[in-house]
Design a protein around this ligand. Sequence first.
Ligand code: G3P
Length: 217
Amino acid sequence: MKFFVDTADVKEIRELNDLGLLDGVTTNPSLILKSGGSIAEVTKEICDIVEGPVSSEVVATDYKEMMREAAVLSKIADNICIKVPLTLDGLKACKALRSEGRMVNVTLCFSANQALLAAKAGASFISPFIGRIDDMGVEGIELIGEIKQIYDNYDFPTEILAASIRTVNHVKQAALIGAHVATVPPATLRALVKHPLTDKGLAAFLADWAKTGQKIG
Ligand code: G3P
């Protein structure tokens, strides 16, 4: 499973990348707002740090304007992945951008049929929003399973990018189902390493080691 970080916070991205944890980054208009920077500058900085795909989202809702914005965003760096919304215009833009050789992430996916359409449009990634489905009182993770089955049935090459991940359990469930990628907020990504028995075991080993009076090397 590949890990993308779901943030436009350059400091966080640099730290997580230095840890060797990142295969890519996803941003969206809300995350750009939170970063406080301009989309062009922040996205360029992120692309300079991370080698993998960096999703940058168009904000136009009509095909023609989406294509214009996609051309602007694509010039930022070679690893830009254009994010388009799951609308008819977004799907049309996806198909056109893919034929130009661009990576495309189709976002705001809330149903298996939407994911089927995105795969047929040749999307590189489909982003089902697990957490936002949970918010409605429905098990969001089930959507990942449905999409996995449909994509496997027809050998669609579109990668399932589990998004709107809020908990470490979401990551585990997405991995068990076989999502290709999870895009995870920085704090949740760091929390994956945590286990109380690891902390307890390490403390016991260090205490015993101190009693030996030895040094390694
Ligand atoms: O990248 C979009 C997605 O991950 C949004 O997450 O927590 O705002 O639903 P959230």
